[in-house]
Design a protein. Sequence first.
Length: 277
Amino acid sequence: MDINIFQYEFIVKGLLGAVFASITAGIVGTYIVCRRMVFLSGGITHASFGGIGIGYFLGFNPVLGAAIFGILSALGIEYLSVRHKIREDSAIGILWAFGMATGIIFIYLTPGYSPDLIGYLFGSILTVTNADIIALGIMSVILIIYFSVFYRTILYISYDESFARTYSSYVNTFKYVTTALVALTIVLNIRMAGVVLVISLLTIPPNIAMIFTRVYSEIIIWSIISGFIGTAAGYIISYYLGIPVGATIIFVLVILWLLAKFYSFIIKGLKQSAINN
C-alpha cells in the first residue's frame, strides 16, 4: 500500500477541493439548517440533475447546465412560496421529480456512454478538475464577503423572518440572492459528494456544530472545521479502499456526529452528577 498519497496530483486537488467545499458547505449549510430549509435544498439538488442531463445531450459542461437548472428551480420555489401561489413542499416535490425525470430522459437520449455519470451521482475523486477547485475557491470568497457584510440581516432571516422585516425592507431580495447562492453552492459541490449525497455535506456539519454552540457565527466556523475533517478523511479512506468518495465522506461525517452526540451526553451527565453531589 502506497503511504505517500500526496505524490498524486488528483489527491492533492481533491484535498484542496475539500478545503473550499468545507468553507462553502459550512457557510451555506448553517443558513439552510437554521432557516429549516433542508427539504428545499434537497429539491434544488435533485432538480439540478435535469441540467446535467441537458448538458450531456447538448454537449456542453454538465455543471453549467446543473447551475442554470438549480438556480432557476431555487428562485422558482422561493418565488412561489413568497407569493403563496402554491405550498412550498408541493413546489419542491414537483421540481424535484421534474428535474430527475428530465435528467434521466436526456441522458438516455444521449448517444454513447456517459463515463462521468457515476461521479455526478455519487461523487468521484477522479472527476475533480482545476476548474472545479477555482470555482469553489471563488465561491468561498463570495460567500465569506456576502455573509460578513450582511451578517445581521441573514442571521435574522435564518431564525425569525418577521423580525428581519423590521430590521430591513429588502428581506425578499436577500432571500432570493441567498437562495441563488445556496443553489450554486450545491451544484459546485456535486463533484465532491454527488447529486444523491451532497445535501448531507451541507446539513451534517452544522448539526455537529450545534451540539456544542448556538451562536450563529460559531456554528459556521465549527461546521467548516468538522466538514473539512469529514471530507478530507473521506477522500483518503475512499482512496485506500477503492469505494465511492461521496458515500465515504457522508459515512465519516455521520460517525463524527455520533461521536459528538456521545461526547455531549457524557459531559452533560458529568455536570449533572456534579450538581447533584
